[in-house]
Ligand binder design. Structure first.
Ligand code: FMN
Length: 328
């Protein structure tokens, strides 16, 4: 009997495949289908910090209250669509908990430690098993230093941790000037797991319409390597679990992430591409590989190829091509 269980953020998961926050995780019907196909845990589609604040202000009838960090964000949203969105979100958590048996993480996209953090407690009270924060401060504010930008991450974590007792997971990007040290510092802030890395909305310009449009919404398998590199480098240097994310499209990619030291993975794009039944294919490929290589449990090989355990540790830090493509 193969044992695919893994421990992640305080949970014993039946296998390492977690469904990343996305349009696939915003309805109970879809969540049930994902569980049926073998998903071990699910991160719900994120609520935006601005949606929570907006609703809070509505209910307090303080629409003109000062202190918004990004008031212009409201132009970006369809306000009718987000009306009461946090109430709907809490209902989704309640419904999901009624219908599913696997851990459900609520998710918030946030850029500050503003008033929204009370929502984490409401998500916990609605039954969320954990909270994942998609935390990203785009370093485009010329008046803020890198140190100030980085402080926001710790302020958010501190504030949210005061609100909840359930596990806290942070999903970050790789846009830090000193990435390894930052990952390490965040991992020591009392959180339960870190997801490396998020993938963002990226802009393109449509030359016909002269409009800004989203580009490359879905990842490709070739994007796996950035996450793989940093999981391997950080695996034995952090104080929380790591999950790999971005470019994990096949069971073999999951195996690579586990070998590098991830305890679990988040997947989204591959399910958009192949359908939710692809979870079953991925699990089968993991099992086949384990059988072929005489591993009976994930623990037998998890972290075996992390940087500190690898016989070629320098390979994870190599960034320049040497002989390849030089014609020699
Ligand atoms: C259509 C789509 C919607 C997404 N929405 C969210 C979101 O609301 N919150 C979030 O944290 N991540 C969101 N993500 C990012 C995914 O959770 C995941 O981190 C990222 O896509 C990398 O994984 P992948 O390569 O398997 O797609 C979204 C991704 C896609 C493709």
């Amino acid at each position: 009997m193969l044992d695919l269980t893994t421990t992640y953020a305080g949970f014993k998961l039946k296998n390492p495949i977690i469904i990343g926050s996305s349009g696939l995780t915003e309805s109970v019907a879809s969540l049930k289908e994902l569980e049926k196909r073998g998903a071990a845990a699910i991160v719900l589609k994120s609520l935006f910090e601005e949606e929570i604040i907006r609703e809070m202000e509505d209910s307090m009838n303080q629409m003109n209250a000062p202190g918004h960090i990004y008031p212009e964000i409201y132009d970006f949203f369809d306000m009718t669509a987000i009306e009461d969105s946090s109430t709907k979100y809490l209902n989704l958590i309640r419904e999901a908990k009624k219908e599913l048996n696997i851990p459900i993480f609520a998710s918030v996209n946030c850029v500050s430690s503003d008033e929204w953090t009370y929502f984490a407690k409401r998500a916990q009270d609605a039954g969320a098993d954990g909270i994942e924060l998609n935390l990203f401060v785009l370093p485009s504010d010329f008046n803020r230093t890198g140190v100030e930008n980085e402080k926001i991450y710790f302020d958010v974590i501190e504030k949210v941790k005061k609100e909840i007792t359930i596990p806290l997971v942070i999903k970050i990007s790789y846009y830090f000037s000193n990435l390894g040290a930052m990952i390490q510092k965040i991992s020591e802030s009392g959180i339960d797991a870190l997801v490396l890395f998020n993938r963002f909305f990226t802009p393109d310009i449509d030359l016909e319409t002269m409009k800004i449009v989203p580009s490359n919404i879905f990842s490709t398998q070739s994007e796996l390597s950035t996450s793989l590199r940093w999981i391997a480098i950080m695996a034995d240097r952090v104080k929380c679990d790591l999950a790999g994310s971005t470019g994990i499209h096949e069971g073999t990619d999951v195996i690579k992430q586990l070998l590098a030291g991830a305890k679990a993975v988040h997947i989204a794009s591959t399910l958009y591409k192949h359908g939710t039944s692809h979870i079953e294919n991925m699990l089968k490929d993991i099992k086949d590989w384990m059988e072929d290589n005489n591993y009976s449990s994930i623990g037998d090989f998890c972290g075996k190829m992390s940087q500190s355990k690898s016989i070629n540790a320098a390979a994870y830090e190599r960034v320049q091509f040497m002989k390849h493509f030089s014609g020699k």
